[in-house]
Design a protein around this ligand. Sequence first.
Ligand code: CDP
Length: 806
Amino acid sequence: MNEMTPTREQRTAALEGMGCKRKRVEDIRFTQGKGNYVDDVKLPGMLHGDFVRSPHAHARVKSINPEEALKVPGVLAVITAETLKTVNLAWMPTLAGDVQMVLADGKVLYQNQEVAFVVATDRYAADDGVAKVVVEYDALPVIIDPFTAMAPDAPVLREDLAGKTSGAHGPRKHHNHIFEWTVGDKELTDAAFNKADVTIKELISYHRTHPSPLETCQCVCSFDKIKGELTIWGTFQAPHVIRTVVSLIAKLPEQKIHVISPDIGGGFGNKVGAYPGYICAAVASIVTGKPVKWVEDRIENLTATSFARDYHMTTEIAATKEGRVTGLRVHVLADHGAFDACADPSKWPAGFFNIVTGSYDFPVAHLAVDGVYSNKAPGGVAYRCSFRVTEAAYCIERAMDILAQKLGMDPAELRLKNFVKPEQFPYHSALGWEYDSGDYHTAMHKMMESTDYAALRKEQVEKRAAFKRGETREIMGLGVSFFTEIVGAGPSKNCDILGIAMFDSCEIRMHPTGAGIARMGTKSQGQGHETTWAQIIATEIGIPADNIMVEEGNTDTAPYGLGTYGSRSTPVAGAAIAMAARKIKAKAQMIAAYKLEVHEDDLEWDIDGFRVKGLPEKFMSMKDICWAAYNSVPPGMEPGLEAVSYYDPPNMTYPFGAYLCVMDIDVDTGVYKVRRFYALDDCGTRINPMIIEGQVHGGLTEAFAIAMGQEIRYDETGNVVTGSFMDFFMPTAVETPHWETDFTVTPSPHHPIGAKGVGESPNVGGVPAFSNAVNDAFSFLGSTHIQMPHDYWRNWKAAKALGAVA
Ligand code: CDP
């Protein structure tokens, strides 16, 4: 071999394909302040809008007087529900089949609800105008507790639904009830409980919190009266869906709407839905004929855009005295706020909560979810989670610990005893899912060995004895969590949004010089798609990842897709990318066969090109094939080298992981220290191990925040008391623990490259690990379950209630 001829390893490495820790290409612009975010969009003559918002959580709106506001220099218009009624946009449909006020129509239902939209020549004038709009309210009784909402004499919140005994998801039992959703076999489950040796029952609440991305929700709408075209730059996780929704509700032809999601500073579910700001900015632009920008501030984002969680889960497990689970019964009261604006696939009013059997082989289970209205902001998004999976994982992982405590068993041992076994995959769960692949025992054993779990338990026994002897005021907790996720929404057989199947797409165009551009229906908000999508293509077609430009977020150029949330990008778009690349490769093989003068079947793929079988010197690189595609294709073949794939996945993917949190809590102050946090993730084939590690670090940090203090809390008047970063826990590098990451690889059998999603997993598995650590620490003082979040104050209160503090 010629000394200059690269080795196979060098050729593979040059591609920077799958498995390579390729550096994030997008960071070149992000780290130099050269990102292009919505607020960077500045158009000639652009106006600015800002909202008048309700100080009340529930009140009748008696009058809105814009007179003084219109006198403020620069203020051009004040839009109210009455204005929107003239264009039939005072209310808008939600993704969950409900309707939602765009601007207060007769009544307000939560604090900071949008009441009027002030349009001005700059943001300061708009703010000054907002202060001058006079609104008269008549306060009404407020409901912030979902249990109170269902009381027979509870005030009626949604007067627009008066007399409606059914909604989008079936019958309504009460005037504040939205839906009841049941899954599983009730009779068999009840029978399992009747003959169980041991049962546990606990109300496990997952408090209301908020995704709080660094960049708030915002848009610029520009209507061109001459062309009749509306261009919207926005922080949209799903730009194509936004275009379709705008077309349907504004009655504009879809081809005349251009939606562009530029760089996005974090989404975490917050930027999936449609908000009144988008509608008002669009209407204001149509009315004024000028571009209109709307940018939320932090308080508006936290208090009025989509919240997450607020699930109150009464959970029961039946088991034998040896610790074999025999039944699961869960009833959820789901607080959806003032409107049902949950972002879930249409057929799933409680998302994929029926993954609540977790990683365990429950023979029978039954689940009932009741959705209710309250005087809180609407939403219910999957905050770094796949449609209520994090609630489900928290529910089952807390419940398994409670069962272990009752049985006097080690929580890890109880889990090992009940795991779905490797030979049971594909596994059909009692609540209707088909788990694609898993090897839970290997992952759990690896976690236990890597952390020396047995030694930690021994240390805990010694520390507890020392505490009882009065030698220490610290208690030690071990938080075990083993989660199974369900990501990749989704197969058209069971997932759609507003009737659009949840496929995703990829279009690849190879240029003559062996470079190319690839576009997808997804939209990165920090996940590094520009880096990893190119890596899939590099491995599939043998072109270096550096030569593939990835572009997302422009509905004019990208093929239709359902966007990025719920870790769906890798399972769905990742598969579309591999399939589009394979179409390119198939055409390339025909071109290579023609050029090498052999039959296609005589060629074999070799890293970055095709080689004639048995004649190693007869080789044509993919780069050369790209050139040939533009000048010498076989007779009858169309020139060019491009392909598009719309991928409808046959199933979801089921990533899993084994986590351990080691925590010490000082009972006198409630101050906790996370001594160790170990996270083993299995997301099937790993595209970029460095990006996966980054995703896990980010997800764990959010899990830490949620479990240890982050919440949207209301006082009894419906006032949000955690509406700014002064009160809403946002951990910095100072508070954030050190993360130890690990992995196993169990590929998905149905995904073209065997990959499962990963972005949400650390949040899903992390929250129960933290909460189990706190609960495990307190358990020897006699407690069974302490509700999240576990901040210092609440830890101290728990210690006091358990008699550990005088
Ligand atoms: O939908 P979203 O992008 O939020 O989540 P994801 O599909 O879990 O992907 C998050 C990031 O991790 C992407 O850049 C993926 O390419 C990367 N990833 C990976 O490298 N290998 C996997 N098996 C899964 C995700």
